[in-house]
Write a protein that binds this ligand. Structure first.
Ligand code: SAH
Length: 351
């Protein structure tokens, strides 16, 4: 059966309604129900009963089922969703003061091959479709209480968002649209390994989403070791594309830097990073490594994390150390893919 989320995202709901003799204003009504999380047509109480029945005969509202729903004492929740082809993904809801953030996946697995990340350990299974990306957000939104409102979206779950822009952008545009979830584009962040052509495409997109670029090293030898796809790109091209993006969007540069103990967390690494970013208004997000079972990378020592931050700050670069969230439910950065393997219980999404 057809997905109504897909029909909405493809801009086809209006023509379906017209073909069924319905007035045009029904489209807005239905979209409002979808955005507010209605998961059955019966609940759409301002639609005539005959229309609700016709919709039920033609469309489904949900295509996944929730395999697991976990709660961390810090307020983080994690959903493991399964699609009809048996593929599974995870999404995470984070609570921080008034902020309600969902961290979402864009692919099952990942092709980028970052050596320390759990998501790409067995390569890419498939892209998520636009309606699956939207459904993921709606399912996470449904975890919120009546007095809570979804405020931020980070595309930092499984997969490389810039390798699936064709499906991701229609879903994000619905989240950002006043006729959809109405979340400001400034509060929607895509995190990327740094694919220059896709960064430039995003720069031309109508909505100015925030972009965070995963750097993890300031020289090509080390970066290519950590992020194999860097071999055919190179840091200079990544930083140049980032400059273009931030020139087009008028926002400061954000870079992510996962700290691996003894590998890229030395004082010399911090100095090289400071030199690379010299003269830019950049924010650096330092992510202390979350160990992935079976991978040999050490977590950095807290003193080394602080030293790294201090060197950057002294060079005039704003630096944040990302807090670990959802540790008790393995909802922390890079652990997502592990959920696929039954024996390893679950993985997670976010710091
Ligand atoms: N493909 C996107 C999104 C990945 S997840 C990207 O590369 O940016 C968001 C961030 O978490 C990335 O910077 C990623 O490199 C980092 N990350 C992945 N696994 C991690 C781990 N186990 N510990 C800490 N950070 C990790």
């Amino acid at each position: 059966m057809n997905s109504i989320l897909r029909t909405v995202l493809d801009g086809q709901l209006g023509s379906w309604l017209a073909a069924h003799g319905q007035p045009a204003f029904r489209r807005r009504q239905i979209e409002r129900w979808i955005a507010s999380g209605a998961d059955e047509f019966e609940a759409m109480s301002d639609l005539p009963k005959s229309l609700r029945e016709a919709l039920r005969g033609a469309f489904v509202l949900r295509q996944s089922h929730v395999v697991r729903h976990q709660h961390d004492p810090d307020g983080t929740e994690k959903l493991l969703l399964e699609w009809s082809d048996g593929q599974r993904i995870e999404g995470v809801l984070l609570r921080d003061a008034q902020r309600r953030t969902v961290c979402i996946s864009t692919q099952v697995g990942c092709a980028m091959g970052c050596v320390f990340c759990a998501s790409g350990l067995s390569g890419l299974e498939r892209n998520l479709r636009r309606e699956e990306i939207l459904e993921q957000v709606l399912r996470l939104q449904a975890c919120l209480g009546d007095d809570e409102r979804l405020s931020h979206v980070v595309v930092m779950g499984m997969g490389e968002p810039l390798a699936n822009l064709d499906e991701l952008l229609p879903a994000l545009d619905f989240l950002a649209s006043p006729d959809g979830l109405g979340i400001s584009a400034r509060r929607i962040t895509l995190s990327t390994v740094g694919l220059p052509a896709a960064i430039r495409r995003l720069a031309r997109h109508a909505r100015p989403y925030r972009l965070a670029i995963s750097l993890h090293a300031a020289d090509d030898t080390l970066r290519s070791r950590l992020i194999p796809v860097n071999r055919s790109i190179g840091i200079a091209a990544v930083v140049e594309a980032a400059d273009d993006y931030f020139r087009a969007s008028g926002r400061r540069l954000t870079f992510e830097y996962t700290l691996l103990g003894g590998i890229n967390d030395r004082a010399s690494d911090a100095c090289r990073l400071a030199t690379l970013l010299e003269g830019r208004t950049a924010l650096i997000n330092l992510i202390p490594y979350n160990p992935v079972p079976g991978l040999p990378y050490p977590t950095p020592r807290p003193a080394d994390v602080r030293r790294f931050r201090d060197i950057l700050e002294e060079a005039g670069i704003d630096t944040q150390i990302r807090k670990r969230r959802g540790a008790a439910i393995e909802a922390a950065c890079g652990q997502l893919r592990r959920a696929e393997a039954e024996t390893l219980s679950s993985g997670g999404g976010v710091e």
